[in-house]
Design a protein around this ligand. Structure first.
Ligand code: SAM
Length: 458
């Protein structure tokens, strides 16, 4: 078999213009239509690149020099942030990041020949320091337990103190814990030997409540100097409400184990979202950018046009954030979610907030939709907030049969959104407003949006 002749080979130096930015934030340089993906390059830039990896359909390159810079470039982006994936768009100005996200959706719509408008991305005034949760790996570096972040695609720790997109109070808390681990010489976990004690430091801080939870993830029950470390954290961290040891003795990339020991304070913290009080435990899912989550869900709820008389389904409801906010404006809300613990949280949160017109069910949304449809449930509005893989075709069909007037689609993946919009069209649902991107994760490539669909005749 003859070998295919590729336009470039490994270690070759190529010069060219960056034509596009992929959904992962890499620049694209082409040689005879053959793409080379180059991290930290931006559209319009003229660059010199060294080819580092070649495959049949594309290559990877490393930036050597920029001959012409993009006006959208942030000079001297923090290389550690780009490299670790903390801020893969950290080399782009914020207005350009917002345009990039709008454009991601537009490009996919064009590819699918869907002539739909996409509104400008709703961004943050302060697009950093927004995360209310950190999960920071701990490794031995030069003989010291050290906190930082993994280099993208690896488990090499890059030591970092300012995590840039996390609440600065969380960064401070991580440093307090790191210094105590150093003071008491608690060995960090070693993935290769499966030895050592501390694997991860997780910190959560309520955006409105300012309550702080510290979770120390250990490789087994053994935790030397736990009493001293706990006492010092409780004395030094402002707003501390809860200190928990989580045991994870498995050889796994999964961060948290299933066993928690309360070391100090309360087992949970509280925060508010859309005026609802939420109880957050170490294992609970909770949105990580509360300010933008409020905007995203507010946009979804406003578009639902509720006046208290409607029946609403909230599919993929998680801990019921949307359901509980909608309940105030609806006759009844039905939520479905696959994770039993999330539904337990949703029910508890409903009770704590005195909400009685919400029903939560554990199950696969696609199966539950078929059941609801068979039982004759007639929702006026269906809200969906699926994971990245989007909606199951069965769920879209069942929605068509239940015939709600509106479907509000909250999406975290424009590719599956576009696919699902085409499937909804087959059920007689059409997009009636510009798709609204909301920037939930500034400095990263994640694209979230709200789409309003209405039933027209098939
Ligand atoms: C984007 S999150 C929605 C979060 C939710 N709106 C909240 O605020 O808590 C997607 C949710 O879908 C759930 N999920 C994934 N596959 C599912 C399925 N087939 N049926 C129901 N829920 C599913 C996940 O566990 C996750 O909670």
């Amino acid at each position: 078999m003859s070998k295919v002749q590729l336009p470039v080979h490994k270690n070759e130096t190529v010069t060219g213009t960056v034509l596009d930015l992929t959904y992962q934030g890499n620049g694209v340089v082409k040689v005879d239509h053959y793409p080379i993906f180059v991290p930290n390059t931006l559209p319009g830039e003229e660059v010199t690149v060294k080819v580092t990896k070649v495959t049949k359909n594309f290559a990877w390159g490393k930036l050597i020099s920029i001959e012409k810079k993009s006006p959208d470039r942030i000079d001297d982006p923090n290389w550690a942030y780009l490299q670790t994936g903390i801020a893969p768009l950290g080399n782009l100005t914020y207005p350009a990041q917002l345009k990039f996200k709008q454009r991601q959706i537009q490009k996919l719509l064009e590819k699918a020949h869907l002539n739909l408008e996409v509104a400008e991305t709703l961004g943050m005034d302060q697009p950093f320091g927004y995360r209310n949760k950190a999960q920071v790996p701990v490794r031995m570096v030069k003989g010291q337990p050290t906190t930082g972040f993994y280099k993208r695609g690896s488990h090499d720790l890059v030591p970092i103190e300012d995590f840039y997109i996390q609440d600065p109070a969380i960064d401070q808390t991580v440093l307090v814990v790191r210094d105590l681990l150093r003071k008491y010489q608690v060995p960090a976990y070693d993935e290769e030997t499966h030895r050592g004690v501390i694997r991860t430091v997780m910190v959560r801080r309520g955006y409105y409540s300012h309550q702080v939870m510290v979770v120390l993830v250990t490789n087994g029950e053994h935790f030397p100097h736990v009493a001293e470390i706990t006492r010092e954290i409780s004395e030094r961290v402002p707003g501390i409400k809860s200190i928990v040891q989580n045991v994870n003795d498995k050889r796994t990339n999964v961060i948290l184990g299933t066993k928690n020991h309360l070391l100090w304070g309360e087992p949970t913290i509280h925060d508010n979202l859309l005026g609802i009080d939420f109880t957050i435990s170490p294992l609970s899912f909770y949105q990580v950018n509360p300010q933008q989550t409020e905007r995203l869900y507010q946009t979804a709820i406003e578009n639902a046009g509720l006046d208290g008389s409607q029946t609403v389904i909230d599919a993929y409801c998680g801990i019921g954030t949307i359901s509980l906010a909608v309940a105030k404006h609806a006759k009844h809300v039905y939520g479905v979610e696959i994770v039993p613990a999330a539904i337990a949280d949703a029910k508890q949160n409903a009770a704590n907030n005195g909400i009685e017109n919400a029903t939560f069910v554990v199950g696969k949304a696609e199966e539950q939709f078929a059941k609801w449809q068979a039982e004759g449930l007639k929702p006026d509005v269906v809200i969906v907030d699926p994971p990245r893989k989007g909606l199951d075709a069965q769920l879209i069909e069942a929605t068509g049969k239940m015939a709600p007037q509106k479907v509000i689609y909250v999406s975290c993946n424009p590719a599956t959104l576009v696919r699902d919009l085409q499937r909804f069209a087959e059920q007689g649902y059409h997009v009636t407003k510009p798709i609204q991107p909301v920037d939930q994760f500034p400095q990263t490539t994640h694209v979230e949006s709200v789409t309003v669909l209405e039933r027209t005749e098939k």
